[in-house]
Design a protein around this ligand. Structure first.
Ligand code: C2E
Ligand code: MG
Ligand code: MG
Ligand code: MG
Length: 278
């Protein structure tokens, strides 16, 4: 297909190949169908306590298998969903699956641990977000402490006053929120102190470079910052024993990463959860 069929989302700063443009168009065209036809599933990745190596909870991650396009990664479909007004639908499919899971475990009297869902900043700042979110959770009779919200640190959407208002409202109702991918997009640290996040998730790029002396210092500083602000530090993307031990030594409480567990289908996560005694 030719270039003149492309949409308007082409960035001025990068040259996309014909293949990328076609792929993006295909995603735009299939997204609605995929959302309506149960093509989306979730994977759960354990959040591991770094002192005891036990599972504290999970993060839910959207997965899309399109019969037409094959597997499409979040890196591909999340930006498209954000640009085409479909992101709340994506977030809510994931939320619904998590709520169904938590509801089922609760009603069977099984062990329930908190599960975090990712909420796009585009969705987070929508007028009705808090009300919609809370009524949805209530509909499934899930305890607020069993659902957590992760919002990505992003400069363009960081309206501090509004963020503060939303976070306070959520907190009042018993919901904890995390700032995701911390360290790569934040403009001003002085605002962080005013935002009632309960958790700071240190971006994977920092963990990846942690054996480097200066990066080690950066991570140590973020862990200390979290402690001083009364927030919980979580390291993303732990892939090696060395990274795990360094983070443990620094006093980072929680971690996620391939070293422990990759994101897995619900059934597998459930088996894992039932196999451990907390
Ligand atoms: P995120 O929320 O920061 O999630 C962590 C990402 O890192 C996930 O990628 C996860 O699979 C990956 N990961 C975990 N451990 C490791 C590791 O040790 N090494 C490496 N290399 N990667 C690791 P995934 O699932 O592809 O998701 C990418 C991003 O897409 C997420 O980043 C999140 O920002 C977004 N996303 C995923 N699901 C949703 C959703 O339901 N709603 C929204 N709004 N965004 C979502
Ligand atoms: Mg996340
Ligand atoms: Mg993250
Ligand atoms: Mg990330």
């Amino acid at each position: 297909k030719s270039r003149n069929q492309k949409g308007t989302s082409l960035s001025y700063f990068e040259v996309e190949t014909d293949y990328q443009i076609q792929r993006e168009l295909d995603i735009v065209n299939q997204l609605n169908y995929g959302l309506q036809n149960e093509e989306f599933t979730i994977n759960l990745q354990p959040k591991v306590n770094l002192s005891t190596a036990t599972i504290e909870g999970f993060e839910a991650l959207a997965r899309w298998y399109s019969p037409v396009l094959g597997p499409v990664s979040p890196a591909e479909f999340i930006p498209v969903a954000e640009q085409t007004g479909k992101i709340s639908a994506v977030d809510n499919i994931v939320l619904k699956k998590v709520l169904q899971f938590q509801h089922e475990r609760k009603s069977k009297g099984l062990k329930v641990v908190p599960i975090s869902v990712n909420i796009s900043p585009v969705h987070f700042y929508r007028e009705s977000f808090v009300d919609d979110f809370i009524s949805y959770v209530n509909l499934f009779d899930v305890n607020p402490e069993h659902i957590k919200i992760e919002v990505t640190e992003s400069v363009e959407l960081f309206d501090y006053e509004k963020a503060k208002e939303i976070l306070i409202e959520l907190k009042k109702c018993g919901y904890e929120s995390s700032i995701d991918d911390f360290g790569v997009g934040f403009s001003s640290l002085s605002y962080l102190q005013q935002l009632p996040f309960s958790e700071i998730k240190i971006d994977r790029s920092f963990i990846n470079g942690i054996s480097d002396t200066s990066m080690h210092a950066v991570v140590q500083t973020i862990v200390q910052l979290a402690t001083n602000l009364n927030m919980h530090a979580v390291a993303e993307g732990i892939e090696t024993l060395e990274q795990f031990l360094l983070l443990q030594k620094m006093g980072c409480k929680t971690g996620q990463g391939y070293y422990f567990h990759k994101p897995m289908p619900i059934k597998e996560a459930e088996k894992l959860l039932d196999s451990i005694i907390i």
